[in-house]
Ligand binder design. Structure first.
Ligand code: FAD
Length: 392
């Protein structure tokens, strides 16, 4: 690593962003999210407002219609959404999926798509990587794209493709060269920008998955779907590298949502511990109630430092794979510890839907599984940081 100093901002950085995002979130209280969940609906109004305010285009450079802000600013936006009790994961992908297009697309593709993504005219919110039989073993994925003249014919299936029914485009990873014909298993995969509107009912079928949380996630089936060759991003066969190149930013952003969740749980628990009086005093006067809150706070502050470090390294153009992965792992664990503590602090009321704690508790559990599970992060640290033998 270079010995160039990297500055990490502490405290409530980007206060103007925090305030503006917080104001929008005030209009979407717990009742809004509970109603959506009961109806298994998508937060269209909330995401539209975030889009129209330009927040979801914060990472798109100004020349393509976005605000070209640093990664840390985008992280603050997502953190603030979750810290306000809202759910950033319903729209976060509009912020970062376009990174693959930005880094690896042709100038023509960027000119064509990015301004429309920035304005919200095109929603690029669906990311098709995970498959039912291959899961974390990404390079074994079976969705196959075969070039025929000036288009590709795609067959296969994706699972857990979130927001596919609320997205115009999908970033799809498919195999273009069979795995037994490539030197490295990471070769032969390619990335396509698929127009879901054109293909729905003509080679694409999307089925919702009923899940523990209202995440608008789906299964997507491709049956001889035709995608124009001009929708290939970058070079054929290099797709795995392109997807990996976006992972560090994604990890930092997801980790920030975790920090936001943790802060929400800590605030709820602290307020309740002060106000709930039993045995003639607030429950928060008992150390048995205080300590878990204090511990969750310390855990969150530590995770937040790693999130800021990873973002600062990323912005400085320095390697940050280890820090981005650790930020995601520590953030998700801090959020989960805070969630568990918050339920315990509220006793039975932690289970009451109107408190929103049980909803956020279920939602924050996801981050230890997706978009990458904790074990895969520990594998990364073991192998790439500690130089231990690869275990799988
Ligand atoms: C609500 C939700 C939304 C999602 N949204 C998307 C999306 O939009 N797009 C998308 O592509 N995917 C999405 N995913 C998929 C998500 O990225 C995967 O669930 C995740 O990567 C884990 O893969 P898997 O579920 O196949 O588990 P598996 O890969 O089957 O793993 C199961 C368990 O085994 C462990 N394990 C596996 N291999 C090893 C090993 N070598 N060493 C140690 N432990 C191991 C894992 O850590 C995990 O705990 C979503 C998932 C959920 C639940």
């Amino acid at each position: 690593m270079s010995d160039m100093p990297v500055m990490v901002a502490l405290g409530e950085d980007y206060p103007e962003l925090r305030e503006a995002v917080g104001k929008i979130c005030e209009r979407y209280p717990g009742a809004y999210w509970r109603k959506l969940e009961a109806e298994q609906a998508y937060p269209t109004e909330f995401i539209t407002e975030l889009t129209e305010s330009g927040f979801l285009a914060s990472l798109i450079p100004e020349e393509y219609g976005g605000s070209g802000l640093p990664l840390r600013a985008a992280a603050v936006i997502l953190e603030q959404i979750n810290a306000s009790g809202c759910t950033a994961s319903q729209g976060h992908a509009q912020m970062y999926i376009m990174g693959t297009l930005l880094r690896h697309g042709s100038e023509e593709q960027k000119q064509h798509y990015l301004p429309k993504i920035a304005s919200g005219e095109l929603r690029l919110q669906a990311f098709g990587v995970t498959e039912p039989t291959t899961g974390s073993d990404t390079t074994k994925l079976k969705t196959r794209a075969v070039r025929q003249g000036n288009h590709y014919v795609i067959n296969g299936q994706k699972v857990w493709t979130s927001r596919a029914r609320h997205s115009d485009l999908m970033l799809l990873l498919a195999r273009t060269t069979p795995v037994d014909e490539v030197k490295r298993r990471t070769d032969g995969l390619s990335v396509f920008l698929v127009d879901l509107r054109e293909n729905l009912g003509h080679g694409v079928e999307i089925r919702p998955i009923e899940a523990m949380i209202n995440h608008n996630t789906t299964e997507v089936f491709f049956d001889n779907m035709e995608v124009p060759a001009e929708n290939l991003l970058g070079e054929e066969g290099q797709g795995f590298r392109y997807i990996l190149s976006g992972m560090n930013a994604e990890r930092v952003l997801i980790a920030s949502e975790c920090i936001g969740d943790a802060r929400w749980f800590i605030e709820k628990a602290t307020d309740y511990a002060k106000e709930r009086k039993l045995f003639g005093r607030p429950i928060g006067q008992n150390q048995g109630v205080q300590y878990p809150i204090a511990r969750a706070y310390a855990q969150t502050e530590a995770a937040d430092l790693m999130v800021r470090k990873a973002a600062a390294l990323y912005e400085a153009g320095l390697p940050c794979g280890a820090e981005a992965n650790m930020a995601k792992m520590l953030g998700s664990e801090a959020a989960w510890a805070a969630a568990d503590m918050c339920v315990q602090t509220h006793g039975g009321f932690g289970f009451a839907e109107e408190y929103d704690i049980e909803r956020k508790f279920r939602e924050t559990r996801l981050y230890m599984v997706a978009p990458i599970s904790t074990n895969m992060i520990l594998n990364f640290i073991s192998e790439h940081v500690l130089d231990l033998p690869r275990s799988y």
